[in-house]
Design a binder for this molecule. Structure first.
Ligand code: FAQ
Length: 326
């Protein structure tokens, strides 16, 4: 097969050429690249970018839901929501660990996030204004995350794919709990039903945008697919997600705020109404409804947590000294 980095061979040393040949073979076989294997710098960079953004999304994504922990309508709902938010922290940690195997320390990724140099998912810049938003996030946001992330379990980089397996299992539970919140509200009083419908109306378009820009505006997709990192394009996954929502919304007895959804028999794709990509670009530029607040909270949490990091580092040093003496 043609090299995944055609044209670069001329400037590679002999050792690097052997590495490149091994890398190409692994990708062609659809096998896995592991941390100690040679890999092109651009492959490493793409992975750090995507895994880092994903990790930041999990960590920032704790905020909109944490907003409702103290106001959950029952002890049971509070316990479930707390567990979910803790799971998101865990996902962030698995992902930072996966990115660290590529040589970028978590501290550096965190610094980039705090400095506003790193991205996190657009979806977490929208406000959670009612309890029904906890249902809509679980059903739609975790639902979109599952659609996007199940194929990532087969990503060519071993530590990323393996982290995704565990994350997807937990996301499935998250999606079910969100669906169940909406189902209960949809079958409740007229006010509760209206609140559920309103949440679905507000989260629908932002959750479709989670899959990234349309394929023609997605600069990274083609190469990421050639490297078997991404398995499907942004639009393919978005279409799949719409198909999933169409069926499940019937069980909820609610409606999707899009009267242009249809199944295209020729392309075998679900189609949807237009999305406001200008809004998406604004959110990415930091001009979404909650960007400033999310970043401010993240910075404050990082500063407040300095003593924990110091204590953990001091403890680790002590343990290392003890181990040396023994
Ligand atoms: N938001 O060329 P593409 C979750 C950026 S986890 C912000 O298509 P790519 C769990 C993109 O980075 C949610 N930025 O890029 C949870 C790129 O910018 P760059 C996160 C976006 O990488 C639930 C530029 O636009 N999931 O929800 C977005 O091939 C509930 C051009 O785009 C992941 O991160 C966006 N939506 O495809 C937690 C999954 N879309 O870097 C708490 C892994 C695109 O060139 C509560 N990531 N951009 O400056 C991926 O699958 C991919 O990175 C995509 C983007 C599909 C997100």
């Amino acid at each position: 097969m043609a090299s995944q980095n055609e044209g670069l061979h001329a400037v590679l040393s002999e050792e690097e050429q052997a590495g490149q040949a091994y890398f190409d073979k692994i990708i062609a076989e659809d096998s896995r690249i592991e941390p100690r294997d040679w890999m092109p710098e651009s492959y490493r960079k793409t992975l750090v970018r995507q895994i880092g953004q994903h990790a930041h999304s999990e960590i920032i994504g704790m905020q909109p839901e944490a907003n409702w922990i103290t106001r959950a309508p029952s002890l049971k709902r509070k316990a479930i929501l707390m567990a979910k938010v803790q799971d998101e922290a865990g996902h962030g940690l698995y992902l930072y660990s996966a990115a660290e195997t590529l040589g970028t320390p978590r501290d550096k990724m965190t610094e980039d996030l705090i400095a506003g140099k790193a991205r996190y998912s657009s979806i977490f810049n929208y406000p959670t204004v009612t309890w029904a938003d906890m249902g809509a996030i679980g059903w739609m946001v975790d639902g979109a995350a599952i659609c996007n992330q199940v194929p990532l379990c087969r990503a060519s980089y071993g530590p990323y794919g393996r982290a995704m397996v565990r994350i997807c299992k937990e996301e499935s539970f998250h999606q079910r709990q969100g669906f169940e919140i909406l189902l209960e509200l949809a079958n409740g009083t007229p006010e509760q039903r209206a609140m559920a419908q309103d949440a679905v109306n507000r989260w629908y378009a932002p959750s479709l945008m989670m899959f990234g820009p349309p394929d023609e505006d997605s600069p990274n997709s083609k190469q990421s697919m050639a490297w078997n990192i991404k398995r499907f394009s942004n639009d393919e996954l978005r279409s799949r997600f719409v198909g999933m929502l169409v069926e499940q919304v019937k069980v909820l007895g609610l409606e999707l705020p899009d009267d242009q959804i249809s199944y295209n028999e020729d392309t075998k794709q679900w189609e949807h109404g237009p999305l406001d990509w200008e809004e998406f670009k604004d959110v990415l530029k930091g001009k979404g409804p909650c960007n400033a607040q999310r970043m401010e909270r993240r910075r404050a949490a990082h500063e407040d947590g300095a003593w924990v990091r110091e204590a953990a580092a001091a403890y680790a040093d002590k343990q290392a000294q003890k181990a040396e003496v023994a």
